[in-house]
Design a protein around this ligand. Sequence first.
Ligand code: GDP
Ligand code: ZN
Length: 456
Amino acid sequence: MHDDTIAAIATPPGEGGIGVVRLSGPQAYTIAQAVFRPLHPGPLRPHRLRYGYVVDASGAPIDEALCTYMRAPRSFTREDVVEISCHGGALPVQMTLARVLAAGARLARPGEFTLRAFLNGRIDLTQAEATLDVIRAQTTAGLALAQAQLGGWLAQEVRDLRAQLLEPLAYLTALIDFPEDEVPHQEYLPALQTSLEGVERLLAGAAQGIVYRQGARAALVGRPNVGKSSLLNALLRVQRAIVTPIPGTTRDTLEETANLDGIPVVLIDTAGIRESHDPVEQLGVERSRQALAGADLALLVLDATVPPGPADRVIAELTYDKPTILIWNKQDVVHNPDLVAPSPFEHPHLLGVVATTATTGAGIDTLSHSISRALLGGAPLGAGAAHLVSSPRHRDALQRAADHLRAVLASCAQGVTVDLVAGDLTVALNALGEITGEAVGEDLLDTIFTRFCIGK
Ligand code: GDP
Ligand code: ZN
């Protein structure tokens, strides 16, 4: 347990109905008694809401407020926690925070409440990370994954996998002292094999989980006037993702996030902010190149009403190293709108060809499904399939665990020395321990928790 008490504003900046100042630590109760005066005098009782006033050092009211005291260990951090809800304007909340700090609390660092919940053993590292994912989720599918992880399924699976490995490790470690004995490690092979299969099962869903959680980037490229901006708007109409605004980029591209089958997809349009008089640049080659940089998927747009020309080919070639979906737009103008023409280019990574009319929305659903399938490498999530590893950190640790478990199995088969086998097994166990936080260093905790906002 920590001996200092932290405090922060837990609600977002700006005006709102209420603003919450949260405290956690051994002095939370004493500080609350000093800064909050209940209407009906008497001590704060655990898990009861009290009405009253935040008061300054002289006892004069600062704001009307509600105060909740959650006594350790029945709180978010397992420490004494106090939440003071005052009016949600910048001044009442900040004055309340200042008052709490003056009374002995220290301003919390980003993620420090959640870090304490982790350090005090209320949640494991996967649940701490899931807290952030719940806050940042952009689609209901992403939210479902985060909430399942917050529920602890991944922590439990990883703990079970580690438990399976502990006995073989204890056995092998004991044998290191008796190297001359010719030992059959065979009896542990089934347990090791089962663990490896468990790790591989978790890894199998990780690519999909990460796409749902992190989203992906898709660049709309094509000659001017083929309908890129119209397609962007049509895709956004399917369902715009909930996003917090990101500071504008300086590039000649426009980015909007669409929710395509539960995946937050950043659609990058090459819309030039400034129109160019350079004839080459008028083709949008450089802007297409910019849009494609860092994109996971290319959406190559062609005008179905005219045969593709050299300008289309130049832009098509820019996409040859990306997974690409080819879009024949302006189907409404062609005579046989149901006929999807094949690709005019020998594209090495073409994943699909779709016909659309951006102005009416025809074909946009098909396009949306093609994009989500391309990003997931298969069908979208069915309902209830929320148990997917969704963080690159977890995937990388599982990958290391799998590699070393395979080495252990191979070594057992070849009869190498016991200490080598034990070494690989220890690495595998530690890799799994990094996921739940049972084996982590300070620097890893720092990188994880500084991604949080203050007050969480
Ligand atoms: P961009 O330069 O590639 O972004 O193309 P825009 O989206 O700005 O579209 C250029 C013009 O084509 C506009 O006048 C659009 O209304 C029109 N347009 C876009 N998509 C379609 C379509 O599917 N059918 C028809 N008939 N016109 C379209
Ligand atoms: Zn445009």
